[in-house]
Design a binder for this molecule. Structure first.
Ligand code: ADP
Length: 437
């Protein structure tokens, strides 16, 4: 899961800003508030260096997208540099007497989350060597000892028994922590893998279910169309005179059979998109699609005396997608806007280029969507109460189809609406060329 590795590394980098600020804060509090006597300057220089090399890591992470092997190596380098800097801090802050020596544990835990077990073992070995070297070098007088005055009344760094016990305690603590953290992280990774596998199986089962729905909808479409056209022959009087009462019944049946036709068509569309593993994509011009959709809807627009406006700049780049699916996406949203806008209202489709995406808005000043319905409108078969009360017909599948189409195109959709004032659906599609790789 490469994206996850990159996210963990950026989390690690964010933590380091805290560490840099923490060192500076501790140095200031210890020096000015607690009156501890220690060499202040090296700690300030170290905290500034942490911030500087962290900026370097941030730059590298942005430029190289640390994933896979490079991700591992990048995390190892960071942990290694941190351990070296921590060792410098330990040395200038009292050596083996420094109470912050336990901070090595943080890197052991972080390595266990980011790295494979053998690299965690290497990092623990490296930390142990650093700690032991500083402690022994100070004990032997090879390195100067920086005592923190005001903290300890006696100097323990020169007592070999204390040094041996302290080094042993910190190294064994690092080893046990590494073992515990690595085994917990390992179990979590395994659980993640199991979940990912279960997710793939569920998606496959959902696809098989959609294929079944698609077959059923396909088989129903023919007979439903035949029923509608037979009823039409009767209502148009082509089969001879029909008594008034019978005509009412036939007209009602014709309305219902037309609705059944819409429902079957929507079910077929939805299941077709869900059942497809991949759909072919090419460059698609949104202006062309919008013009086609406006033309198809002209009779409804004229009937309601609506103003239909298109604000798509001629220079808008083509998007990368399936022309048929994008036509269906526009058709569903504009049909809804026309359907749910009252006589004399206004519907506008606009688009703008935003970097490697195109942002499209379908706006109307129609009946709007009640606030409590907004979280549900993309659910299958969901219809808001206000449109049911107004007896505006619909299947409740149009927006689910829209959402599925955008999912297969890597786009997002969101809605803003106020009941009685109007609705704006906004969605994104990828610019062609940028996304085809
Ligand atoms: P339907 O066939 O009912 O239009 P959709 O899935 O397309 O089904 O829409 C779901 C519901 O979202 C609609 O029933 C309606 O309540 C609401 N809706 C969608 N678009 C609009 C709009 N432009 N204005 C007001 N309500 C809308």
């Amino acid at each position: 899961m490469p994206e996850e590795a990159a996210a963990r590394i950026s989390w690690f980098i964010r933590l380091r800003w805290l560490a840099a600020a923490g060192v500076l804060a501790f140095a200031a509090v210890g020096h000015f508030l607690l009156g501890l006597q220690f060499t202040f300057k090296p700690l300030v220089v170290i905290s500034i260096s942490i911030a500087l090399y962290n900026a370097g890591f941030l730059f590298l992470a942005d430029k190289t997208r640390p994933e896979g092997k490079w991700g591992d190596r990048f995390a190892s380098i960071q942990v290694g540099v941190d351990i070296l800097v921590l060792t410098l801090l330990m040395h200038f802050g009292g050596g083996i007497e420094n109470p912050f020596i336990c901070y090595y544990l943080f890197h052991t835990i972080i390595s266990s989350i980011l790295l494979p077990w053998w690299k965690v073992a290497l990092q623990v070995l490296f930390a142990s060597v650093c700690i032991a070297t500083v402690a022994i070098a100070e004990l032997a007088g090879l390195l100067p000892h920086h005592h923190i005055g005001g903290l300890l009344s006696i100097e323990l760094y020169a007592n070999w028994k204390f040094v041996a016990v302290a080094v042993f305690a910190i190294i064994t603590t690092l080893c046990v922590t590494a073992f515990l953290a690595a085994s917990i992280a390992q179990r979590l990774h395994e659980r993640e893998k199991q979940l990912a596998k279960a997710n793939t199986t569920l998606a496959e089962q959902d696809r098989v279910k959609s294929q079944y729905v698609m077959r059923v909808a396909h088989d129903l479409a023919g007979p439903a169309a035949t029923i509608t056209s037979c009823l039409q022959l009767v209502t148009k009087g082509l089969t001879g005179p029909v008594p008034d009462k019978a005509m009412d019944m036939v007209q009602s049946a014709q309305r219902k059979s037309k609705f059944l036709g819409h429902l079957i068509k929507d079910l077929l569309s939805l299941s077709r998109i869900k059942a497809a593993k991949e759909i072919p994509k090419t460059e698609v011009e949104l202006q062309e699609i919008t013009n086609q959709v406006f033309e198809d809807l002209q009779p409804h627009v004229a009937e309601k005396n609506l103003t239909l406006e298109q604000k798509i700049p001629a220079a808008l780049p083509a998007v990368y997608g399936n022309a048929k699916a994008i036509h269906e996406l526009f058709c569903n949203l504009v049909t809804n806007a026309v359907k749910y806008t009252l006589v004399g209202g206004r519907v506008e489709v606009s688009a703008a280029n935003k970097g490697d995406e195109v942002l499209v808005k379908v706006q109307d000043n129609g009946v709007g969507i009640p606030a409590e319905a907004l979280p549900h409108i993309f659910e299958e078969f969901y219809r808001a109460d206000n449109v049911k009360v107004e007896a505006i017909e619909g299947t409740g599948l149009g927006l689910s189809i829209v959402k599925q189409i955008l999912n297969t195109h890597g786009g997002k959709i969101w809605v803003e609406s106020e009941q009685g004032k109007g609705t704006t659906f906004s969605f994104t599609l990828r610019v062609a060329g940028e996304s085809e790789a």
